[in-house]
Design a protein around this ligand. Structure first.
Ligand SMILES: Nc1ncnc2c1ncn2[C@@H]1O[C@H](COP(=O)(O)OP(=O)(O)OP(=O)(O)O)[C@@H](O)[C@H]1O
Ligand SMILES: [Mg+2]
Length: 247
């Protein structure tokens, strides 16, 4: 469904993605791990066409998205729901209006339809009764859930999560990981999760991949990943400073 082929991208002469290749399986959840500043968010931005590669291709359902006209790219983008790293909620809008926002933007729904959909998805993510709160009045974990609800509201085929558990305590991280699993079971999207949360990755991912020095250096089932003989992967999983990873 989503294929990155030989993707390269540099900023000011520094290579962030370097001939990166990966395929994301349809209806699977793939977790991509990697170091801070390693290019994970840059990779996601290429997948939704917010950034263009210096070379290589992003294929969505066999279509090279960088060969598309703006209007065609906008059509493809409707397949995506994105949960941004910082939540990206609109601070001046209530929880309800944040979640309703894509519906008001993309489609012509009656107010009643919008209400039904927003109430239903907010119940799915466990935010019953929080409709009229402002983003500043709710906790970090709740803001993440609002972000998930907003990304899901158009029932996308593909969900991208940029570090959905970063900044949350271990218990709330587990709540969010379980929410992703239950939403995946319900909506059956193709999921790509960027994460540093090793135990969460093993729990949520059908496939775990590691991005290092601009390339995917390992990818496979949680079992395969955990038993990787690659010293970089081993060091990352064990979380020690001794090893081949340059600090
Ligand atoms: N628009 C941009 N212009 C210039 N440099 C950029 C831009 N976006 C990202 N970079 C650089 O690309 C590198 C990778 O950034 P990226 O945000 O993808 O890292 P990341 O793996 O998501 O890290 P983190 O885990 O901290 O979120 C960084 O050095 C960053 O400064
Ligand atoms: Mg990032």
């Amino acid at each position: 469904m989503i294929v990155l082929q030989g993707l390269s991208k540099s900023f000011s002469g520094v290579k962030v993605l370097d001939d990166l290749n990966i395929e994301f399986g349809e209806k699977q959840i793939t977790v991509v791990m990697g170091r801070s500043g390693g290019g994970k968010s840059v990779m996601l931005k290429h997948i939704i066409g917010l950034m263009k590669p210096d070379s290589g291709k992003v294929l969505i359902g066999g279509i090279d998205i960088n060969a598309l006209k703006k209007k065609e790219l906008n059509e493809i983008r409707k397949k995506f729901g994105m949960v941004f790293q910082d939540g990206a909620l609109l601070d001046s809008l209530t929880v309800f209006e944040n979640v309703a926002f894509p519906l008001r933007q993309h489609m012509k729904h009656s107010e009643k339809e919008i209400e039904d959909k927003v109430y239903s998805i907010l119940a799915d993510v466990g935010l019953n009764g929080q409709y009229n709160k402002m983003p500043s009045e709710i906790s970090g974990g709740m803001r993440k859930r609002v972000g998930v609800a907003r990304a899901l509201i158009l029932n996308p085929e593909i969900m991208l999560f940029d570090e959905p558990t970063t900044g949350l305590d271990p218990v709330m991280s587990d709540v969010i990981n379980n929410l992703i699993i239950s939403m995946h079971n319900k909506f059956k999207f193709t999921g790509i999760i960027i994460s540093h949360d090793i135990s969460g990755a093993f729990k949520t991912g059908d496939i775990i991949a590691m991005l290092y020095e601009g390339k995917i250096i390992e990818s496979g089932t949680p079992e395969k990943f955990q038993n990787s003989s690659n010293p970089v992967v081993k060091q990352f999983i064990s979380g020690t400073m001794e090893g081949p990873i340059l600090i």
